[in-house]
Write a protein that binds this ligand. Structure first.
Ligand code: MN
Ligand code: MN
Length: 317
């Protein structure tokens, strides 16, 4: 049996040296032979306000260098059970968003053909639409936990139907979603019409606006979501702008009054037990992340996502 890949430890190589991969894991040329993989989508041509998410995957990888292999809260031990590697970035066409989404869909179709679970480092949120199409073709329609300040269900932006404010409307049109098992958490701010967030509700989705999350643990909400999703294949899409800008200012479309880092951890840790088939962490924009902390939180949330994948040993109380 092949030894499972391990992150390069801080006692073997200083944390500021070594490979610039996610968690300083070995890199791999493809997802062949992997149970799970980290993959970057260096794209910001779908953004509508501040740019910079094209640099997100590299910065997330850099800020992931401190993450050690065991989860002290949940006792999750992903590298004891899963073969994991960083398979690099999707070669998007930075001059053409529509070609890029086709490139992303084909890339994930190939990746899913190997049976690997992708954990995606974004990149702007446009990327989730082609991933969900690849998921649909592999697993059928999926349940969705979508954490975001925004609903991302616009019909169009500036007349364009492919943009980072539209991916979940496109995914709905394409039959990618189990509409009675879609949950949007953290939505807030201003809109173009007072009923904007009702678009999903009118399609059977459950929308939990940020104000409903204030001052609360989200652990009970996640128990309810797990009960309602059951064994269905489930996808977790986490936009870092769901967090309050006090915690995560390094993103393009900031809205005040957001989630805390501990609520974000409760959401991801509360996804343990779902039949997760993939997850992403999107919208980290390093030019607006002067401390690096937004990318660092994103990196840690991606590790937490790895810790809740099916088959990972963890504390089960
Ligand atoms: Mn988004
Ligand atoms: Mn957003």
């Amino acid at each position: 049996m092949t030894r499972l890949n391990q992150p390069l430890g801080g006692n073997e190589m200083p944390r500021f040296g070594g490979p610039a991969t996610m968690m300083r894991l070995p890199s791999a040329a493809s997802a062949a032979g992997l149970d799970a993989c980290f993959v970057g989508v260096p794209m910001d041509i779908g953004t509508s306000n501040r740019p910079g998410t094209r640099l997100g995957p590299r910065q997330i990888r850099d800020e992931s260098r401190m993450i050690r292999p065991y989860n002290m809260a949940t006792r999750a031990a992903p590298f004891d059970a899963l073969q994991v590697a960083d398979i690099g970035d999707v070669p998007i066409n930075t001059f053409d968003l529509k070609k890029s989404v086709a490139i992303i869909e084909a890339f994930y179709a190939e990746l899913l053909g190997h049976g690997a679970i992708p954990l995606t480092l974004g990149g702007d949120h446009t990327l989730t639409w082609p991933i969900l199409k690849a998921m649909r073709d592999r697993h059928g329609p999926v349940a969705l936990v979508h954490v975001d300040a925004h609903s991302d269900t616009n019909e169009a932006m500036f007349g364009e139907t492919v943009a980072h404010g539209c991916p979940f409307r496109r995914a709905w049109e394409d039959g990618c979603l189990l509409n009675d098992r879609v949950f949007q958490i953290g939505l807030r701010g201003s809109g173009y019409a007072a009923g904007d967030f009702d678009w999903g509700r009118e399609r059977g989705w459950t929308v939990i606006q940020a104000e409903e999350c204030w001052w609360k643990s989200l652990t009970p909400l996640m128990a309810d979501i797990r009960a309602r999703i059951g064994d269905a294949p489930a996808y977790l899409s986490f936009d870092i702008d769901s967090l309050d800008p006090a915690f995560a200012p390094g993103t393009g479309t900031v809205e005040p009054g957001g989630l805390t880092t501990w609520q974000a951890l409760e959401i991801v840790r509360g996804s343990a037990g779902l039949n997760l088939v993939g997850a992403d962490l999107v919208e980290v924009s390093p030019p607006y992340d002067v401390s690096g902390n937004t990318a660092l939180i994103g990196a840690n949330l991606l590790f937490e996502m790895l810790c809740v994948l099916p088959g990972v040993p963890r504390k089960t109380d």
